[in-house]
Design a protein around this ligand. Structure first.
Ligand code: 3HC
Length: 307
């Protein structure tokens, strides 16, 4: 293996904003061929169009040459089904935040991918240990050498949105993760141009265990009438130099995603400081998911401009 991470081909499962962003930095920065799969062809088309737009902008701003953009785009191939990922050296799962879905996907990875492939999840808060426990082929005991080896290649690789811009990747070790898996995943994130911090496998890891109570507290301020939406956001933007206020950030992340993370935190800790606000629950009940579908604390037009 000449590369420190040994990743000659990367699989990315999910072509939403996170999966697409991960494919983008892997192709452009780490220069690794990427096989991309999403069960929704519309999502793939939307994702690739965004990638073309981002590459064109980087060329226009003189950050990369048009040849580098062409090379990066040429490294991304769309594949049908999980079977298309069979021969990758590493896969990053970036589907929605639901444990049963992730368990089923990692079970399929264990059954179909090479036994030495690294299996990474971009989950925001779900236990990597629980996901790793599902990544063992049927009939193999988790306590056997084969079981430990299979679960030992699972790791949390938590990118931040928007992936091309945000400089951090949070690396999470499951109870089962081997040191070699951690080292290779870290080297891969660095090759993608990211700084890496490490967290234990606790609900929300470091990032969301700190961010979600902050966002939730802002929503409760709004709920209680402490201040208006704009005054809450402006206070944090101008008073603390945050690039976005907490309500705008919640919309940006997705209110459904914020709620799913907060529920994982609350269920995982039983600590009332993580209890989601009723207003957030009601907004998700109303299917107001934030920027992604045009309505959250703010309203968004087709280009994502807010009012
Ligand atoms: N994809 C790619 N690039 C994007 C982008 C996107 N979705 N949105 C913005 N950008 C790029 C712009 O193209 C622009 O690039 P340029 O410098 O080449 O022109 C650059 O980001 C700055 O964008 P803008 O000038 O349009 O706007 P801002 O200066 O307001 O920056 C922002 C936009 C980078 C999104 C900034 O507002 C920000 O940093 N917000 C906070 C983001 C944040 O906290 N993210 C973490 C969320 S938590 C998370 O992801 C974890 C999960 O588990 C919940």
């Amino acid at each position: 293996m000449s590369l420190p991470h040994g990743i000659r081909t990367l699989g990315v499962l999910g072509a939403g904003q996170m999966g697409l962003g991960i494919a983008f930095v892997a192709a452009l920065r780490a220069r690794v061929p990427v096989l991309l799969h999403d069960r929704s062809p519309e999502q793939v088309t939307k994702g690739l169009a965004l990638m073309d737009k981002l590459l064109a902008k980087d060329v226009a701003k003189g950050r990369i040459t048009s040849d580098a953009a062409k090379d990066a785009r040429g490294l991304v191939t769309v594949v049908d089904g999980l079977e298309g990922l069979r021969d990758v050296d590493m896969v990053v799962e970036a589907v929605s935040e639901a444990l049963p879905l992730k368990q089923s996907i990692f079970g399929s990875f264990a059954a179909t991918l090479r036994p030495d492939a690294i299996l990474a999840s971009n989950t925001s808060s779900i236990s990597i240990t629980k996901i790793a426990a599902a990544a063992i082929p049927e009939g193999v005991s988790p306590a056997s050498e084969a079981g430990k080896q299979s679960a030992g290649r699972v790791v949390g690789l938590h990118f931040f949105n928007p992936v091309p811009v945000m400089k951090l990747v949070e690396l999470i070790s499951a109870l089962q993760t081997t040191p070699e898996t951690l080292d290779r995943a870290r080297a891969f994130a660095i090759a993608c141009g990211k700084e890496v911090t490490t967290s234990k496998d606790v609900p929300g890891f470091v990032s969301n265990a700190l961010l979600m109570p902050f966002i939730n507290e802002a929503i409760m301020c709004l709920e209680k009438g402490t201040a208006t939406r704009d005054d809450i956001d402006t206070t944090l933007k101008l008073g603390m130099n945050h690039p976005m206020g907490p309500l705008q950030l919640a919309d940006f992340i997705g209110l459904d995603t914020c709620l799913a993370i907060q529920q994982t935190l609350y269920e995982g800790t039983r600590d009332s400081k993580y209890r989601p606000s009723v207003l957030l629950e009601r907004m998700v009940d109303a299917q107001w998911y934030g920027r992604k579908n045009g309505k959250g604390f703010y309203e968004y037009d087709g280009d994502g401009a807010k009012s």
